[in-house]
Design a protein around this ligand. Structure first.
Ligand code: CTP
Length: 480
């Protein structure tokens, strides 16, 4: 087997050989590093898992001595592991282990073991490959579970009986989906079945770890397909019931609506082809999340989902909290996308005024491109002519936006009159009136009633303030 290692990796291996001779422990590289090097995967992966039959901590200490400058060694005595950083690589050392699990916990009982015991306890055949670093068989691939053939045939499969592997550590069910999504592999039938059988065990896994895997699935090229598969095993309903709740079609008087689960997956798939932004992908997942709660059949109108974008904003927050996703700017961005996802549609109608365009531009600010991408991804008609027509409409909207932008320079626009200037001009303390006057000026500019110009806005402010019985105390200058 020929592996393609970088120069630094070759250096690390050479140094490892020296350290190994000192300790005399049979030593191997295992896991994700081996997998990715065989795949020639251009990953950011810079951690190398090193397993020895002996003390991992001892081997790590030897390795630290061999390297120069001598790196800092971090020892996790309780786990019998040690880690050091070298030229951007994280080297993890551990003694080969045998593990057995109790049914109520992810925490295994760990004992010393052979390399084979160590490979047995791993999650997937493609993650159980080892390369020998020992003089006798240096460079040999040790592959007791045919991981190599699964890599070639693009199969995700557990080394031991799948039910046991998943019951031992239920996070592995999600890891199976995650690797399938990242690598574009298929999950072996029995492995998939075992997920369906053991899915409830996911309950013992912390939300943080579930979310980490979920985000990796969402960031992959196969997110929508993977969600569909997760749904078929029943696992998705346990970790993301709100999404599964979008499933189904009601029919009243022969009129049905789209299945919003499959629609959402299609939107996610469309969007994923255009953007790898995790948070925009979350917006695709959540844009219609409140449709089940807002669904109504109205005589004459058919199915409506009035207000789903507003309720969707609240649900987005609840879901972010539950998933322990960041409740700061990422949440605000996704909420903004959910709230605004219908707005550009109104601009595809005929005879749209500049002011309508200006309002969407103003409200979206720098996120306008993301919003348009989401709207374009939201077109999921089966009729290709209709899809083309709708996409053409958005091309027209983009053009109108460019024109209005050029005229008004509205992106990230701040109204020309500040609250401070209003207070100074009319000798006001912070009060309701200041807000009213400020809003009036902003609305007048957005409606195109007055130009986006400081002097004109100042005059307009004086007129509007007079209606509230407020008059300038003295000649405040615009440029003060
Ligand atoms: N592993 C496992 N069960 C888990 C987590 C990890 O058996 N729940 C094993 C696998 O052999 C895996 C190795 O530990 O290859 C290292 O785990 P990790 O670094 O999480 O994954 P990688 O496979 O290295 O891949 P990535 O870095 O992309 O997550």
């Amino acid at each position: 087997m020929i592996f393609t290692f970088t120069d630094i990796e070759k250096q690390i291996i050479e140094k490892l050989k020296i350290a190994i001779r000192e300790t005399n422990f049979p030593t191997y590289i295992v896991g994700g590093f081996v997998r990715d090097r065989i795949l020639g995967r251009n990953s950011k992966k810079c951690d190398i898992d090193i397993v020895c039959v002996g003390s991992g901590i001892e081997l790590a200490k030897q390795m630290a001595k061999v390297l120069s400058p001598m790196p800092k060694l971090t020892v996790f005595k309780r786990f019998g592991t040690a880690m050091l950083m070298y030229k951007g690589y994280e080297l993890e050392f551990v003694g080969a282990r045998r593990e057995s699990y109790r049914s109520d916990s992810r925490k295994p009982i760990v004992e010393d073991g052979t390399l084979e015991d160590d490979q047995n306890r791993r999650d997937l055949t493609i993650n159980a490959l080892a390369i020998s670093l020992n003089d006798a068989d240096f460079g040999t691939l040790l592959d007791p579970f045919n991981g190599m053939s699964d890599l070639t045939n693009k199969i995700i499969k557990t080394p031991l009986e799948a039910g046991k592997t998943f019951s031992d550590d239920p996070l592995r069910m999600l890891r199976a989906f995650r690797f399938a999504a990242q690598l574009g592999f298929e999950i072996d039938f029995q492995t998939l079945n075992a997920i369906a059988v053991n899915k409830e065990r996911i309950g013992i896994i912390s939300q943080e770890r579930i979310t980490t895997e979920l985000n990796k699935i969402i960031e992959s090229d196969n997110a929508a397909k993977t969600f569909d598969l997760m749904d078929k095993t029943g696992l998705l309903a346990l970790i993301f019931p709100e999404l599964v709740n979008l499933k189904g079609v009601d029919v009243v008087k022969g009129i049905g609506h789209k299945d919003n689960f499959y629609h959402t997956l299609e939107v996610l798939d469309n969007l994923s082809k255009k953007s790898d932004n995790l948070w925009l992908r979350w917006a695709a997942i959540l844009h219609d999340i409140a449709k089940p709660q807002t669904k109504k059949f109205e005589e004459g109108n058919g199915w409506t989902f009035h207000g789903h974008e507003v309720l969707g904003v609240h649900m987005t927050k609840r879901i972010f909290k539950k998933f322990k996703l960041p409740l700061t700017e990422q949440l605000r961005f996704v909420q903004k996308m959910v709230r605004m996802h219908l707005r550009p549609i109104s601009l595809t109608k005929e005879n749209i005024t500049d002011s309508a365009v200006r309002r969407v531009l103003f409200d979206a600010g720098d996120d306008i491109e993301s919003l348009l991408m989401l709207c374009e991804a939201d077109i999921t008609s089966k009729n290709p002519n209709r899809v083309k027509r709708y996409l053409d409409n958005y091309r027209f909207v983009r053009k109108r936006m460019e024109e209005v932008e050029e005229k008004d320079q509205l992106r990230n626009w701040q109204p020309p009159i500040s609250g401070a200037l209003i207070m100074e001009t009319f000798n006001l303390k912070p009060s309701k009136e200041v807000g009213i006057i400020k809003d009036k000026i902003r609305e007048a500019i957005l409606d195109g009633l007055i130009k986006n110009d400081k002097n004109i806005a100042f005059e307009y402010m004086v007129e509007e303030a007079a209606k509230l019985n407020l008059h300038p105390i003295q000649s405040t200058k615009v440029n003060d």
